[in-house]
Design a protein around this ligand. Structure first.
Ligand SMILES: Cc1ncc(COP(=O)(O)O)c(C=O)c1O
Length: 440
């Protein structure tokens, strides 16, 4: 037998060994998942009853914080900046890592491009609501946007449109490529100040006014990171296409894992995500939807093997050599965890927390609501101003004196605490925040 046949046989055996040890981790994780969250998606969380009041979902998710490793010294209201992994996902990650370290070469090369990674692609596709052949496993939203901005065939005469509310990760790559390749970008001013008066119709109209015959690509967030508008993506995409826009790219950093939707229903071409926020996956794991029929038009950003197998499929967008397989596998575990929580139940609980916070602010003489006022247009990322207190100073004091973690926004007419609770937060934490903020 020739040496290449030997190598093939060895890799086949190796792949079987990798599959066996990974499926042992997967089985152990499946048991831990049922112990932690119960058997059926969104059914019940086996926690202890909460003392705090709250809506119907408060009971269901009470005690969930025990499933995470957040420090007892803090109250974490900053899931929009970065999420926290459930303990059992961390354990699974360690176990995958341990397996990989038993024979690093074997794990990276016999299965690095094999079945293990494909199982995660399948999970990500089911979670996003699309076909697995439309999902690339990236590192974050920024990478997805870079793929699109580098890969789309754009040149002189083409314009890419986005607003000043775009995160840097969804705008700077376009500006840089425009300089290099001669297309243009239009970043129009859309102030987040006065967000409490904005409506979905006004938001759509603000974008519509900016579209011209040159606009070829429209880029916007599903949920922005400043005041948390839940953009009416389908309506905006339909409006833009009716005005001749060819490509729609969505920044989904804040939406995937927070609100329930199917990407296929949105009518967009690209949807870039950072599951290390709301899906609570290992840091630096991402996924990216790219509609099947646009894939032949979009070059990959990097190439290592350029094999024909890679080039003709969505895998071309992740063709850059060695990657951290244990983190990718743990992304699969994180998706399983979120699926078991149940996306509908999760959004319902986020909505309860939002309503509770909204009502507390409405009843306060010191706090001012600075985000959308109806859940359909809002999200679990919202802005609260503390009257007379600069937001930076409020953050310093509320963190140092009370352990609250959130983000401050100032400048451009903004002065707010950005609060982003996840479903392990409680009404009691909100009460404590309101009391501490009012006392500043
Ligand atoms: C709306 C939005 N887009 C993009 C990003 C960038 O995310 P990442 O660093 O994971 O690419 C963030 C990060 O906070 C964000 O909030």
């Amino acid at each position: 037998m020739g040496s290449s046949a030997n190598r093939r046989n060895f890799l086949k055996l190796g792949a079987a060994a990798v599959a066996a040890s990974f499926s042992a981790v997967e089985n152990a994780f499946a048991s831990r998942l049922t112990e932690t969250l119960g058997g059926a998606p969104g059914s019940a969380f086996a926690g202890t009853p909460s003392a705090a009041g709250g809506g119907a979902k408060a009971q269901q998710f009470s005690g969930l914080s025990a499933a995470y490793g957040l420090s007892a010294d803090i109250t974490y209201f900053n899931h929009a900046s970065i999420g926290t992994m459930p303990r059992i996902v961390m354990e699974a990650r360690e176990q995958y890592q341990r397996a990989c370290e038993t024979n690093p070469w074997l794990y990276v090369w016999s299965d690095g491009f094999g079945n293990a990674r494909e199982s995660v692609r399948q999970k990500a596709a089911a979670y996003l609501g699309c076909d697995a052949e439309e999902v690339a496993l990236t590192h974050n939203t920024t990478e997805g946007m870079n793929v699109v901005s580098q890969g789309l065939p754009l040149g002189p005469g083409d314009e890419v449109l986005f607003s000043s509310m775009n995160h840097a990760g969804a705008s700077v790559c376009w500006e840089q490529q425009a300089v290099r390749r001669g297309f243009s970008t239009k970043r129009f001013e859309l102030s987040a100040a006065g967000a409490e008066h904005m409506t979905p119709q006004a938001l759509i109209a603000a974008y519509e006014r900016q579209i011209t015959a040159a606009t070829k690509v429209l880029v916007f967030p599903h949920i922005d990171n400043i005041v948390g508008f839940r953009h009416p993506v389908r309506e905006m995409a339909d409006m833009a296409r009716a005005r001749g826009v060819e490509f729609i790219a969505i920044d989904g950093a804040q939406s995937v894992g927070m609100i329930e939707f199917r990407v296929e229903d949105l009518g967009v071409d690209f949807y870039c995500a950072s599951p290390h926020k709301w899906v609570q996956s290992p840091k630096g794991t991402g996924f990216f939807y790219i509609r099947r029929d646009v894939q032949p038009m979009v070059e990959s950003m990097w190439t290592r093997s350029a094999s024909s197998r890679q080039r003709q499929t969505v895998r071309k967008y992740e063709d850059y050599g060695t990657r951290n397989l244990s983190a990718v596998m743990a992304l699969g575990a994180a998706i399983d965890f979120q699926t078991r929580l149940g996306p509908a139940a999760k959004e319902a609980r986020c909505r309860e927390l939002w309503q509770y916070f909204y009502d507390r602010v409405a009843g306060s003489a010191r706090l001012i609501w600075r985000s959308a006022r109806s859940w359909d247009f809002a999200s679990s990322l919202f802005a609260v101003e503390i009257d007379g207190v600069p937001a930076d100073e409020a953050f310093q004091r509320l963190f140092q004196e009370h352990g609250f973690v959130f983000r401050a926004f100032t400048g451009g007419g903004l002065n707010h605490a950005r609060i982003s609770p996840n479903l392990m937060n409680t009404e009691d934490e909100i009460d404590r925040f309101v009391a501490a903020a009012e006392a500043l």
